[in-house]
Design a protein around this ligand. Sequence first.
Ligand SMILES: NC(=O)c1ccc[n+]([C@@H]2O[C@H](COP(=O)([O-])OP(=O)(O)OC[C@H]3O[C@@H](n4cnc5c(N)ncnc54)[C@H](O)[C@@H]3O)[C@@H](O)[C@H]2O)c1
Length: 423
Amino acid sequence: MEYRVKDLSLAKEGERRIDWAEAHMPVLVALRKKYGETKPLKGIRVTGCLHVTKETGVLVRTLKAAGAEITWCGCNPLSTQDDVAASLAKHEGIGVFASRGVSTKEYYDDIHSAMKLNPHVTIDDGADLTVEMHKAMEKGRDGDIAGPVYGGTEETTTGVIRLRAMQKAGRLLYPIISVNDAETKHDFDNVYGTGQSALDGIIRATNVLLSGKSVVVAGYGHVGKGIARRAAGLGANVTVTEVEPIAALKAKLDGYSVATMNEAASVGDIFITTTGCKDVIVSDDIANMKDGAILANAGHFNVEISIPDLEKQSTGHKEVNQHTMQYDLKNGSRVYLIGEGRLVNLAAAEGHPSEVMDMSFANQFLAVLKLAASKGTMKPIVYDIDKAQDQDIAMAKLQSMGVAIDVLTPEQQTYLEGFAEGT
Ligand SMILES: NC(=O)c1ccc[n+]([C@@H]2O[C@H](COP(=O)([O-])OP(=O)(O)OC[C@H]3O[C@@H](n4cnc5c(N)ncnc54)[C@H](O)[C@@H]3O)[C@@H](O)[C@H]2O)c1
Protein backbone atom coordinates (compact mmCIF):
# COMPACT_ATOMS: atom_id res chain seq x y z
CA MET A 1 0.00 0.00 0.00
CA GLU A 2 1.16 3.56 -0.70
CA TYR A 3 2.64 5.43 2.28
CA ARG A 4 4.63 8.55 3.18
CA VAL A 5 6.90 8.39 6.23
CA LYS A 6 10.12 10.18 7.16
CA ASP A 7 12.61 7.32 7.37
CA LEU A 8 11.77 3.68 6.69
CA SER A 9 15.09 2.57 8.18
CA LEU A 10 13.64 3.35 11.65
CA ALA A 11 11.09 0.53 11.28
CA LYS A 12 12.94 -1.99 13.47
CA GLU A 13 13.17 0.47 16.38
CA GLY A 14 9.48 1.30 15.92
CA GLU A 15 8.55 -2.38 16.01
CA ARG A 16 10.51 -2.85 19.24
CA ARG A 17 8.70 0.10 20.86
CA ILE A 18 5.26 -1.08 19.72
CA ASP A 19 6.08 -4.49 21.25
CA TRP A 20 6.94 -2.73 24.53
CA ALA A 21 3.59 -0.88 24.52
CA GLU A 22 1.79 -4.11 23.68
CA ALA A 23 3.25 -5.79 26.77
CA HIS A 24 1.45 -3.08 28.82
CA MET A 25 -1.91 -3.18 27.01
CA PRO A 26 -3.53 -6.47 28.09
CA VAL A 27 -7.14 -5.42 27.48
CA LEU A 28 -6.52 -4.51 23.86
CA VAL A 29 -4.41 -7.61 23.28
CA ALA A 30 -7.20 -9.81 24.68
CA LEU A 31 -9.63 -8.15 22.24
CA ARG A 32 -7.20 -8.87 19.42
CA LYS A 33 -7.08 -12.55 20.33
CA LYS A 34 -10.88 -12.72 20.54
CA TYR A 35 -11.67 -10.94 17.27
CA GLY A 36 -8.58 -12.09 15.40
CA GLU A 37 -10.34 -15.40 14.86
CA THR A 38 -13.75 -14.17 13.66
CA LYS A 39 -12.37 -11.14 11.73
CA PRO A 40 -15.47 -8.92 12.04
CA LEU A 41 -13.70 -6.09 10.17
CA LYS A 42 -13.04 -8.12 7.03
CA GLY A 43 -13.96 -5.92 4.05
CA ILE A 44 -14.11 -2.79 6.26
CA ARG A 45 -11.91 0.17 5.31
CA VAL A 46 -10.70 2.22 8.31
CA THR A 47 -8.89 5.57 8.20
CA GLY A 48 -7.35 6.77 11.46
CA CYS A 49 -6.13 10.26 12.32
CA LEU A 50 -4.57 9.79 15.73
CA HIS A 51 -1.15 10.57 17.23
CA VAL A 52 1.21 8.02 15.69
CA THR A 53 2.67 6.64 18.92
CA LYS A 54 3.68 3.15 19.98
CA GLU A 55 0.27 2.69 21.65
CA THR A 56 -1.48 3.66 18.42
CA GLY A 57 0.70 1.01 16.80
CA VAL A 58 -0.95 -1.58 19.05
CA LEU A 59 -4.41 -0.30 18.08
CA VAL A 60 -3.50 -0.51 14.39
CA ARG A 61 -2.23 -4.09 14.80
CA THR A 62 -5.51 -4.96 16.53
CA LEU A 63 -7.68 -3.44 13.78
CA LYS A 64 -5.60 -5.29 11.20
CA ALA A 65 -5.91 -8.60 13.04
CA ALA A 66 -9.70 -8.15 13.03
CA GLY A 67 -9.54 -7.92 9.23
CA ALA A 68 -9.64 -4.16 8.49
CA GLU A 69 -7.95 -2.47 5.56
CA ILE A 70 -6.25 0.59 7.05
CA THR A 71 -4.77 4.01 6.25
CA TRP A 72 -3.44 6.32 8.95
CA CYS A 73 -2.27 9.89 9.47
CA GLY A 74 -1.15 12.00 12.43
CA CYS A 75 -3.57 14.34 14.24
CA ASN A 76 -0.93 16.90 15.19
CA PRO A 77 2.08 18.19 13.24
CA LEU A 78 4.47 17.53 16.14
CA SER A 79 3.29 14.26 17.68
CA THR A 80 4.26 11.56 15.17
CA GLN A 81 6.90 9.10 16.34
CA ASP A 82 8.74 8.49 13.06
CA ASP A 83 9.98 5.03 14.05
CA VAL A 84 6.43 3.87 14.76
CA ALA A 85 5.20 5.30 11.43
CA ALA A 86 8.01 3.45 9.66
CA SER A 87 7.17 0.17 11.39
CA LEU A 88 3.46 0.44 10.55
CA ALA A 89 4.34 1.02 6.89
CA LYS A 90 7.04 -1.64 6.63
CA HIS A 91 5.96 -4.41 8.99
CA GLU A 92 2.18 -4.01 9.05
CA GLY A 93 1.65 -2.89 5.43
CA ILE A 94 -0.45 0.10 6.52
CA GLY A 95 -0.88 3.19 4.31
CA VAL A 96 0.70 5.62 6.80
CA PHE A 97 0.97 9.30 5.90
CA ALA A 98 2.69 10.91 8.88
CA SER A 99 5.98 12.51 9.92
CA ARG A 100 7.03 14.59 12.85
CA GLY A 101 7.42 18.34 12.23
CA VAL A 102 5.26 18.69 9.12
CA SER A 103 4.01 22.09 7.92
CA THR A 104 0.30 22.87 8.05
CA LYS A 105 0.03 22.12 4.32
CA GLU A 106 1.83 18.79 4.64
CA TYR A 107 -0.37 17.96 7.65
CA TYR A 108 -3.56 18.37 5.61
CA ASP A 109 -2.00 16.68 2.55
CA ASP A 110 -1.38 13.65 4.79
CA ILE A 111 -5.02 13.64 5.96
CA HIS A 112 -6.24 13.88 2.35
CA SER A 113 -3.91 11.05 1.28
CA ALA A 114 -5.19 8.79 4.07
CA MET A 115 -8.81 9.65 3.16
CA LYS A 116 -8.27 8.31 -0.35
CA LEU A 117 -9.00 4.85 1.06
CA ASN A 118 -12.68 5.92 0.99
CA PRO A 119 -13.20 4.67 4.56
CA HIS A 120 -16.29 3.00 5.96
CA VAL A 121 -15.15 4.08 9.42
CA THR A 122 -13.00 7.01 10.57
CA ILE A 123 -11.07 7.21 13.85
CA ASP A 124 -10.24 10.74 14.90
CA ASP A 125 -8.53 12.74 17.63
CA GLY A 126 -9.47 16.41 17.48
CA ALA A 127 -11.91 16.09 14.54
CA ASP A 128 -9.60 17.31 11.75
CA LEU A 129 -10.15 14.14 9.70
CA THR A 130 -13.91 14.18 10.27
CA VAL A 131 -14.12 17.83 9.22
CA GLU A 132 -12.04 17.15 6.06
CA MET A 133 -14.25 14.12 5.29
CA HIS A 134 -17.33 16.34 5.60
CA LYS A 135 -15.84 18.99 3.29
CA ALA A 136 -15.09 16.28 0.74
CA MET A 137 -18.57 14.77 1.10
CA GLU A 138 -20.33 18.15 0.93
CA LYS A 139 -18.39 19.74 -1.89
CA GLY A 140 -17.02 16.71 -3.64
CA ARG A 141 -13.53 18.04 -2.82
CA ASP A 142 -10.86 15.46 -3.63
CA GLY A 143 -13.70 13.54 -5.25
CA ASP A 144 -12.69 10.40 -3.41
CA ILE A 145 -15.38 9.88 -0.82
CA ALA A 146 -17.78 7.65 -2.65
CA GLY A 147 -19.14 6.28 0.63
CA PRO A 148 -20.86 4.68 2.29
CA VAL A 149 -19.39 6.00 5.55
CA TYR A 150 -20.84 3.95 8.38
CA GLY A 151 -19.52 6.29 11.06
CA GLY A 152 -16.58 7.59 12.99
CA THR A 153 -15.11 7.74 16.47
CA GLU A 154 -13.64 10.69 18.37
CA GLU A 155 -10.91 10.43 20.98
CA THR A 156 -10.65 13.82 22.67
CA THR A 157 -12.65 16.52 24.45
CA THR A 158 -11.92 19.22 21.85
CA GLY A 159 -12.96 16.94 18.98
CA VAL A 160 -16.23 16.01 20.70
CA ILE A 161 -17.01 19.72 21.27
CA ARG A 162 -16.44 20.42 17.55
CA LEU A 163 -18.55 17.45 16.45
CA ARG A 164 -21.44 18.26 18.80
CA ALA A 165 -21.37 21.81 17.34
CA MET A 166 -21.59 20.28 13.84
CA GLN A 167 -24.54 18.16 14.96
CA LYS A 168 -26.26 21.24 16.44
CA ALA A 169 -25.78 23.12 13.17
CA GLY A 170 -27.30 20.17 11.27
CA ARG A 171 -23.97 19.56 9.50
CA LEU A 172 -23.05 16.10 10.78
CA LEU A 173 -23.35 13.63 7.90
CA TYR A 174 -22.45 10.39 9.67
CA PRO A 175 -22.68 9.00 13.23
CA ILE A 176 -19.84 9.57 15.68
CA ILE A 177 -19.15 7.53 18.78
CA SER A 178 -17.61 9.76 21.41
CA VAL A 179 -14.88 7.59 22.89
CA ASN A 180 -13.83 10.52 25.09
CA ASP A 181 -17.16 10.29 26.93
CA ALA A 182 -16.39 6.77 28.17
CA GLU A 183 -15.50 6.94 31.86
CA THR A 184 -12.73 4.43 31.21
CA LYS A 185 -11.30 7.04 28.81
CA HIS A 186 -11.65 10.55 30.24
CA ASP A 187 -11.34 9.60 33.92
CA PHE A 188 -8.06 7.78 33.28
CA ASP A 189 -6.38 8.87 30.03
CA ASN A 190 -7.03 12.62 30.52
CA VAL A 191 -6.40 12.58 34.28
CA TYR A 192 -3.60 10.08 34.89
CA GLY A 193 -2.21 9.86 31.35
CA THR A 194 -1.89 13.57 30.57
CA GLY A 195 -1.27 14.31 34.25
CA GLN A 196 1.92 12.28 34.21
CA SER A 197 3.08 12.73 30.62
CA ALA A 198 2.66 16.53 30.51
CA LEU A 199 5.05 16.87 33.44
CA ASP A 200 7.30 14.29 31.79
CA GLY A 201 7.43 16.54 28.70
CA ILE A 202 8.33 19.63 30.74
CA ILE A 203 10.99 17.74 32.66
CA ARG A 204 12.53 16.19 29.53
CA ALA A 205 12.64 19.59 27.82
CA THR A 206 14.05 21.56 30.77
CA ASN A 207 15.06 19.18 33.59
CA VAL A 208 13.97 21.85 36.08
CA LEU A 209 13.16 20.88 39.66
CA LEU A 210 9.43 21.07 40.25
CA SER A 211 9.75 21.05 44.01
CA GLY A 212 9.37 24.56 45.39
CA LYS A 213 8.28 25.99 42.05
CA SER A 214 5.08 27.93 41.54
CA VAL A 215 3.10 26.03 38.89
CA VAL A 216 0.07 27.71 37.32
CA VAL A 217 -2.45 25.29 35.77
CA ALA A 218 -5.04 26.93 33.51
CA GLY A 219 -8.26 24.87 33.57
CA TYR A 220 -9.32 22.42 36.25
CA GLY A 221 -11.12 19.82 34.15
CA HIS A 222 -9.89 16.26 33.70
CA VAL A 223 -6.48 17.17 32.34
CA GLY A 224 -5.91 20.15 34.65
CA LYS A 225 -6.86 18.15 37.73
CA GLY A 226 -4.40 15.39 36.83
CA ILE A 227 -1.54 17.80 36.21
CA ALA A 228 -2.23 19.87 39.34
CA ARG A 229 -2.20 16.79 41.56
CA ARG A 230 1.03 15.45 40.16
CA ALA A 231 2.77 18.83 40.27
CA ALA A 232 1.73 19.22 43.92
CA GLY A 233 2.95 15.67 44.58
CA LEU A 234 6.37 16.71 43.31
CA GLY A 235 6.42 19.60 45.75
CA ALA A 236 5.23 22.47 43.58
CA ASN A 237 2.90 25.20 44.83
CA VAL A 238 -0.04 25.03 42.46
CA THR A 239 -2.30 27.89 41.41
CA VAL A 240 -5.34 27.12 39.25
CA THR A 241 -7.08 29.55 36.89
CA GLU A 242 -10.65 28.78 35.76
CA VAL A 243 -13.70 30.33 34.13
CA GLU A 244 -16.23 27.87 35.55
CA PRO A 245 -17.21 28.52 39.19
CA ILE A 246 -17.80 24.89 40.21
CA ALA A 247 -14.47 23.75 38.77
CA ALA A 248 -12.76 26.71 40.49
CA LEU A 249 -14.41 25.81 43.80
CA LYS A 250 -13.27 22.19 43.48
CA ALA A 251 -9.71 23.40 42.90
CA LYS A 252 -9.90 25.66 45.95
CA LEU A 253 -11.25 22.88 48.18
CA ASP A 254 -8.67 20.44 46.78
CA GLY A 255 -6.14 22.76 48.41
CA TYR A 256 -4.83 24.86 45.53
CA SER A 257 -4.69 28.63 45.20
CA VAL A 258 -7.21 29.92 42.69
CA ALA A 259 -6.57 33.18 40.87
CA THR A 260 -7.15 34.96 37.59
CA MET A 261 -4.45 34.56 34.95
CA ASN A 262 -3.78 38.25 35.34
CA GLU A 263 -2.97 37.71 39.04
CA ALA A 264 -1.12 34.44 38.49
CA ALA A 265 1.07 35.75 35.65
CA SER A 266 3.57 37.46 37.92
CA VAL A 267 3.62 34.56 40.42
CA GLY A 268 4.23 31.51 38.22
CA ASP A 269 7.51 29.81 37.40
CA ILE A 270 5.80 27.28 35.11
CA PHE A 271 2.49 27.75 33.27
CA ILE A 272 0.53 24.79 31.84
CA THR A 273 -2.65 25.39 29.85
CA THR A 274 -5.28 22.61 29.78
CA THR A 275 -8.50 24.37 28.76
CA GLY A 276 -9.30 23.50 25.13
CA CYS A 277 -9.91 27.29 24.80
CA LYS A 278 -7.95 29.97 22.93
CA ASP A 279 -6.00 33.01 24.19
CA VAL A 280 -5.63 31.79 27.75
CA ILE A 281 -2.17 33.37 28.04
CA VAL A 282 -1.94 36.66 26.12
CA SER A 283 0.26 39.77 25.78
CA ASP A 284 -0.30 41.39 29.19
CA ASP A 285 0.22 38.08 31.01
CA ILE A 286 3.48 37.46 29.15
CA ALA A 287 4.76 40.97 29.86
CA ASN A 288 4.09 40.48 33.60
CA MET A 289 5.88 37.13 33.89
CA LYS A 290 9.04 36.55 35.91
CA ASP A 291 12.32 36.29 34.08
CA GLY A 292 12.75 32.60 33.19
CA ALA A 293 9.07 31.61 33.25
CA ILE A 294 8.32 28.36 31.40
CA LEU A 295 5.22 28.00 29.21
CA ALA A 296 3.67 24.69 28.13
CA ASN A 297 0.32 23.60 26.75
CA ALA A 298 -1.46 20.27 27.23
CA GLY A 299 -4.72 21.18 25.46
CA HIS A 300 -5.44 19.80 22.01
CA PHE A 301 -4.60 22.82 19.81
CA ASN A 302 -1.71 25.29 19.97
CA VAL A 303 -4.05 28.23 20.57
CA GLU A 304 -4.03 28.41 24.37
CA ILE A 305 -0.75 30.28 24.69
CA SER A 306 -0.99 33.07 22.11
CA ILE A 307 2.16 32.60 20.01
CA PRO A 308 1.45 35.79 17.99
CA ASP A 309 1.33 37.73 21.31
CA LEU A 310 4.53 36.05 22.47
CA GLU A 311 6.21 37.10 19.25
CA LYS A 312 4.82 40.63 19.57
CA GLN A 313 6.31 40.94 23.07
CA SER A 314 9.71 39.62 21.95
CA THR A 315 12.78 41.01 20.25
CA GLY A 316 13.86 37.53 19.13
CA HIS A 317 13.98 33.85 20.00
CA LYS A 318 16.41 30.95 19.91
CA GLU A 319 16.35 27.24 20.71
CA VAL A 320 18.12 26.61 24.02
CA ASN A 321 17.29 22.94 24.54
CA GLN A 322 15.67 20.34 22.36
CA HIS A 323 11.95 21.35 22.44
CA THR A 324 12.63 24.60 24.34
CA MET A 325 12.58 28.02 22.70
CA GLN A 326 13.82 31.08 24.58
CA TYR A 327 11.90 34.28 23.83
CA ASP A 328 13.70 37.52 24.72
CA LEU A 329 11.04 39.98 25.80
CA LYS A 330 11.17 43.71 25.10
CA ASN A 331 11.18 44.32 28.88
CA GLY A 332 14.46 42.40 29.22
CA SER A 333 12.99 39.18 30.62
CA ARG A 334 13.21 35.73 29.03
CA VAL A 335 10.38 33.22 28.81
CA TYR A 336 10.71 29.65 27.55
CA LEU A 337 8.11 27.99 25.33
CA ILE A 338 8.09 24.19 25.17
CA GLY A 339 7.13 22.22 22.07
CA GLU A 340 5.94 25.27 20.10
CA GLY A 341 2.91 25.49 22.41
CA ARG A 342 1.61 22.15 21.07
CA LEU A 343 0.58 19.29 23.37
CA VAL A 344 3.66 19.11 25.55
CA ASN A 345 3.26 15.44 26.45
CA LEU A 346 3.52 14.44 22.79
CA ALA A 347 5.79 17.21 21.50
CA ALA A 348 8.45 16.79 24.20
CA ALA A 349 7.75 13.29 25.57
CA GLU A 350 6.19 10.03 24.38
CA GLY A 351 2.53 10.78 25.10
CA HIS A 352 0.42 8.83 27.55
CA PRO A 353 1.70 5.70 29.23
CA SER A 354 0.54 2.51 27.51
CA GLU A 355 -1.47 1.36 30.53
CA VAL A 356 -4.09 4.12 30.15
CA MET A 357 -4.14 3.96 26.36
CA ASP A 358 -5.06 0.30 26.83
CA MET A 359 -8.51 1.39 27.99
CA SER A 360 -8.90 4.32 25.58
CA PHE A 361 -8.05 2.12 22.60
CA ALA A 362 -10.15 -0.83 23.78
CA ASN A 363 -13.04 1.67 23.64
CA GLN A 364 -11.90 2.80 20.18
CA PHE A 365 -11.71 -0.75 18.88
CA LEU A 366 -15.14 -1.77 20.20
CA ALA A 367 -16.65 1.45 18.82
CA VAL A 368 -15.23 0.62 15.37
CA LEU A 369 -16.75 -2.89 15.59
CA LYS A 370 -20.12 -1.36 16.44
CA LEU A 371 -20.03 1.10 13.53
CA ALA A 372 -18.90 -1.61 11.12
CA ALA A 373 -21.71 -3.92 12.24
CA SER A 374 -24.27 -1.10 11.88
CA LYS A 375 -23.58 -0.92 8.12
CA GLY A 376 -24.76 2.69 8.09
CA THR A 377 -28.02 2.25 10.00
CA MET A 378 -27.09 4.59 12.88
CA LYS A 379 -28.33 8.21 12.84
CA PRO A 380 -25.85 11.03 12.10
CA ILE A 381 -25.52 12.18 15.70
CA VAL A 382 -22.86 11.98 18.41
CA TYR A 383 -23.33 8.83 20.52
CA ASP A 384 -21.96 8.07 23.97
CA ILE A 385 -20.20 4.79 24.69
CA ASP A 386 -22.54 2.12 26.10
CA LYS A 387 -22.32 1.89 29.89
CA ALA A 388 -21.96 -1.90 29.59
CA GLN A 389 -18.90 -1.53 27.34
CA ASP A 390 -17.36 0.93 29.80
CA GLN A 391 -17.89 -1.48 32.69
CA ASP A 392 -16.58 -4.47 30.72
CA ILE A 393 -13.38 -2.58 29.97
CA ALA A 394 -12.96 -1.52 33.61
CA MET A 395 -13.49 -5.12 34.75
CA ALA A 396 -11.04 -6.48 32.19
CA LYS A 397 -8.47 -3.91 33.31
CA LEU A 398 -8.96 -4.82 36.99
CA GLN A 399 -8.57 -8.51 36.16
CA SER A 400 -5.38 -7.82 34.24
CA MET A 401 -4.08 -6.16 37.43
CA GLY A 402 -5.12 -9.11 39.58
CA VAL A 403 -7.78 -7.08 41.39
CA ALA A 404 -11.09 -8.70 42.41
CA ILE A 405 -14.16 -6.76 43.54
CA ASP A 406 -17.32 -7.70 45.41
CA VAL A 407 -20.55 -8.68 43.64
CA LEU A 408 -24.00 -7.55 44.77
CA THR A 409 -26.16 -10.32 46.23
CA PRO A 410 -29.68 -10.57 44.73
CA GLU A 411 -31.00 -9.14 48.02
CA GLN A 412 -28.63 -6.17 47.81
CA GLN A 413 -29.62 -5.61 44.17
CA THR A 414 -33.32 -5.57 45.11
CA TYR A 415 -32.60 -3.24 48.03
CA LEU A 416 -30.72 -0.76 45.81
CA GLU A 417 -33.39 -0.82 43.12
CA GLY A 418 -36.34 -0.44 45.52
CA PHE A 419 -37.46 2.07 48.12
CA ALA A 420 -37.52 -0.14 51.20
CA GLU A 421 -36.81 1.51 54.53
CA GLY A 422 -33.37 1.02 56.02
CA THR A 423 -34.43 -0.99 59.06
N1 LIG B 1 -2.41 16.32 25.86
C1 LIG B 1 -3.17 15.24 25.72
O1 LIG B 1 -2.70 14.15 25.44
C2 LIG B 1 -4.63 15.39 25.96
C3 LIG B 1 -5.37 14.31 26.49
C4 LIG B 1 -6.73 14.48 26.77
C5 LIG B 1 -7.34 15.71 26.47
N2 LIG B 1 -6.59 16.71 25.90
C6 LIG B 1 -7.15 18.03 25.59
O2 LIG B 1 -7.03 18.83 26.78
C7 LIG B 1 -8.06 19.83 26.77
C8 LIG B 1 -8.86 19.71 28.08
O3 LIG B 1 -9.50 18.45 28.16
P1 LIG B 1 -10.33 18.04 29.46
O4 LIG B 1 -10.81 16.66 29.22
O5 LIG B 1 -9.59 18.39 30.69
O6 LIG B 1 -11.58 19.06 29.30
P2 LIG B 1 -12.57 19.52 30.46
O7 LIG B 1 -13.76 20.06 29.76
O8 LIG B 1 -12.74 18.42 31.46
O9 LIG B 1 -11.77 20.71 31.20
C9 LIG B 1 -11.47 21.95 30.62
C10 LIG B 1 -11.53 22.99 31.76
O10 LIG B 1 -10.99 24.22 31.28
C11 LIG B 1 -11.79 25.28 31.77
N3 LIG B 1 -11.62 26.44 30.89
C12 LIG B 1 -12.16 26.66 29.67
N4 LIG B 1 -11.74 27.85 29.19
C13 LIG B 1 -10.90 28.37 30.12
C14 LIG B 1 -10.14 29.58 30.19
N5 LIG B 1 -10.18 30.47 29.20
N6 LIG B 1 -9.40 29.81 31.31
C15 LIG B 1 -9.37 28.90 32.33
N7 LIG B 1 -10.08 27.74 32.32
C16 LIG B 1 -10.84 27.49 31.22
C17 LIG B 1 -13.22 24.71 31.74
O11 LIG B 1 -14.08 25.44 32.62
C18 LIG B 1 -12.97 23.28 32.20
O12 LIG B 1 -13.08 23.15 33.61
C19 LIG B 1 -8.88 19.55 25.51
O13 LIG B 1 -8.38 20.34 24.47
C20 LIG B 1 -8.60 18.09 25.23
O14 LIG B 1 -8.88 17.75 23.89
C21 LIG B 1 -5.26 16.59 25.68
